[in-house]
Design a protein around this ligand. Structure first.
Ligand code: ZN
Ligand code: ZN
Length: 359
């Protein structure tokens, strides 16, 4: 069948909307009519060629839509189901067995290389296969192939364009607070960076009953929104954050901030590394200061959660009014994808969400 997709031909180039051909779904594949897809920072990292994705490539990994067809062995969803798409995992390695698919042994190839298995359908331009299974979806398109393990069914009355970012940015921020750090009532947390991940962490810290919720960012309008969502103190310079904190969560990916963050940790405090750190850059840590204080440093992928368990929990918080995601989102028509990326890169918009035509 014919689909429409935003293709990047080579690293650093812009998006072009093109018509492509899509096979029928094969084993483990779910064909989803995409209604909306969030724009995530990792899309920019991949577009710019900093990860070895296959070009020409279709990005987009916060897809939401309606199942149209499933492969012969798929039982988790059926045509007509409304679904949110998340990242891909193997389902059989020790981490997957432990409901920690973000640390799947095959996380890198399955999410960034995007290959297809034997008998599975692909996306084509003539005889050329297009890189069309990034994060097990590639949802900047009218249709995407997801997999039985990375589709999460939701009720049909829920707004797909608001909930699409649950599949990456929101679960990363909220999962880090609620599942990896397990912030307890009354504890203090500092969140570095007030993008979609950081602001989702603020909302989750409120849900957890945190006492002090400090937020760091360079943009005043993001800090204003953070206070509206529940941050109790804000700063635009890390030196102005008043430690100690039981938890510090870095979403900025700026290694230079980490040493100062370590110094602001409380005894037995934990520093969570959640950002996209440039390979090769180092952080300095004094082992004696870690040993003598019981401090911990933990890396976090996608919040350290299992989307099939955690996304329904987040949907419950949304329904209860505890996750006002609409305050983070600005929608754009699919054709304005370049404008949406620009708004994200300048920091003007926290979470652009693309709306697909004829959805
Ligand atoms: Zn696995
Ligand atoms: Zn993402």
């Amino acid at each position: 069948m014919e689909i429409e997709a935003a293709v990047v031909e080579a690293p650093g180039e812009s998006f072009r909307l093109v018509r492509l051909q899509m096979d029928a779904p094969g084993p483990d594949q779910v064909r989803v009519r995409i209604h909306a897809c969030g724009v995530c920072h990792t899309d920019m990292v991949m577009r710019d060629g900093a990860l070895p994705v296959p070009f020409p490539c279709i990005f987009g990994h916060e897809g939401a839509g309606v199942v149209e067809a499933v492969g012969p062995d798929v039982t988790s969803v059926e045509p007509g189901d409304h679904v949110l798409l998340s990242f891909h995992s193997c389902g059989t390695c020790p981490a997957c067995h432990d409901h920690q698919p973000g640390y799947c042994a095959e996380f890198f190839p399955r999410n960034f290389l995007g290959g297809i298995g034997p008998g599975q359908g692909g996306i084509w331009r003539g005889d050329d296969r297009i890189g069309g299974n990034i994060f097990g979806q590639s949802a900047f398109a009218s249709h995407a192939f997801a997999h039985s393990d990375n589709v999460v069914k939701i009720d049909r009355d829920l707004p797909l364009e608001i909930l699409a970012p649950l599949g990456c940015g929101v679960q990363t921020g909220a999962g880090t607070v609620l599942e990896t750090l397990r912030v307890q009532p009354g504890q203090s947390i500092a969140i570095l960076g007030a993008g979609a991940v950081g602001l989702s962490a603020v909302m989750a810290a409120v849900i957890a009953g945190a006492g002090r919720i400090a937020l760091l960012d360079r943009h005043a309008h993001r800090l204003d929104l953070g206070r509206e969502l529940g941050a109790t103190e804000t700063a635009d310079d890390i030196a102005d954050l008043n430690g100690p904190f039981d938890h510090i969560m870095d979403t900025t990916g700026v290694p230079a901030l980490l040493q100062q963050a370590m110094e602001k940790l409380a005894l037995r405090g934990t520093l969570a590394l959640v950002g996209a750190y440039p390979p090769g850059q180092m952080m300095e840590v004094e082992p004696s200061a870690v040993m003598g204080t019981g401090r911990r440093i933990v890396g976090v992928v996608e919040g350290g959660i299992d989307p099939r368990q955690f996304i329904p929990r987040l949907v419950g918080y949304y329904r209860a009014g505890k996750l006002p995601l609409e305050k983070l989102i600005r929608t754009y028509p699919f054709g304005a994808i370049e404008e949406a990326f620009h708004a994200s890169e300048t920091g003007a918009v926290i979470k652009p969400v693309l709306l697909m035509p004829d959805r």
